[in-house]
Write a protein that binds this ligand. Structure first.
Ligand code: PBG
Ligand code: ZN
Length: 321
């Protein structure tokens, strides 16, 4: 008989043989910044998450800065939306202004900027709409302009999440031509058309006004195709790639880890967060235990970087351990 239990006999022994440990330095926290003044609006479907106006966002940034996590992922919600997503690439857009502010007040805090048009378009799609189609090639110049404008504002990393084909190459070219040769791209390479994004669409006010995102985001059934998407983004010049959502796609994460050598991020998305918060609020699960178990599973599956709304809580809990 093999006595596996020998190595489980005390916390000290278990700790000695533990294969996976969470580190605050791999966690990224998403934040939502909204046009206006004196706003700290709770997102009803995401308890603990708020939309912040620029004048109040330091409350949140102070916490992020002190927490020891790796950085933040910023989403802007403009007051004005139109067909061309004008605010996505305007020098004084909500996101650009906030990034400039963060880089002035917290210069060492890494800022990842999400690049996608859906928060900025009147129809809520991630690309330019022609008739009822989301026009791939017409979208690329707008994404490129947006990426350059966010890099000009001081974004440390550019993260395209739109799922148009060819966008990493287009954005890389635009960044290089505008002098941002050292700005890395973290591509949302394997982003699935997921039901787990619905709370986010409340938070970012970015739900599509018609149809859905299935003509550009991936079919949840396709694991092999995810690897082709990732390989293609690497060819186009991505410095880091991402699998999103995380928990229902740990097989994709593991396969990507085994096949590719560059840093891989996993996005523990809004619906994954909300389900944990709802069950915890009902007393059905132990929130701390479940969050640390979920994040450990994501890391064990192969993620180097974890984007999660639990980041600040998790950082505290990791410190306590
Ligand atoms: C924008 C974007 C989305 C998310 C990140 N960037 C929403 C979407 O694709 O509809 C989802 C994040 C989450 O659910 O936490 N394209
Ligand atoms: Zn989008």
């Amino acid at each position: 008989m093999r006595r596996f239990r020998r190595l489980r006999s005390s916390e000290e022994i278990r700790s000695l043989v533990r294969e996976t440990r969470l580190d605050k330095g791999e966690l990224i926290y998403p934040i939502f910044v909204i046009e206006g003044e004196d706003i700290r609006a709770p997102v009803p479907s995401m308890p603990g998450i708020y939309q912040w106006s620029p004048d109040r966002i330091d409350e949140e940034l102070d916490r992020v800065d002190k927490s020891g996590i790796a950085g933040l992922l910023i989403f802007g919600i403009p007051a004005h939306k139109d067909e061309k997503a004008t605010e996505a690439y305007s020098e004084n857009g909500i996101t650009q202004r906030t990034i400039r502010h963060i880089k002035e007040k917290y210069p060492r805090l890494p800022v990842i900027a999400d690049v996608c048009l859906c928060e900025y378009t009147s129809h809520g799609h991630c690309g330019v709409v022609c008739g009822h189609e989301i026009a791939n090639d017409k979208t690329l110049p707008l994404l490129s302009k947006m990426a350059v404008s966010l890099a000009d504002a001081g974004a440390d990393i550019i993260a395209p999440s739109d799922m148009m084909d060819g966008r990493v190459a287009a954005i890389r070219k635009a960044l290089d031509e505008s002098g941002h040769i050292n700005t890395p791209i973290m591509s949302y390479s394997a982003k699935f058309a997921s039901g787990y994004y619905s709370p986010f669409r409340d938070a970012a006010q970015s739900a599509p006004a018609f149809g859905d995102r299935r003509t550009y985001q991936m079919d949840p059934a396709n694991g092999r195709e995810a690897l082709r998407e990732i390989a293609d983004d690497i060819d186009e010049g991505a410095d880091m790639v991402m699998v999103k959502p995380a928990l229902a796609y740990l097989d994709v994460l593991r396969a990507a880890r085994d096949r590719f050598d560059l840093p891989i991020a996993a996005y523990n998305v809004s619906g994954e967060y909300s389900m944990v918060k709802a069950a915890a609020a009902n007393g059905w699960i132990d929130e701390k235990r479940i969050v640390l178990e979920n994040l450990t599973a994501i890391k064990r599956a192969g993620a180097d970087i974890i984007i999660t709304y639990h980041a600040l809580d998790a950082a505290r809990w990791i410190d306590e351990q």
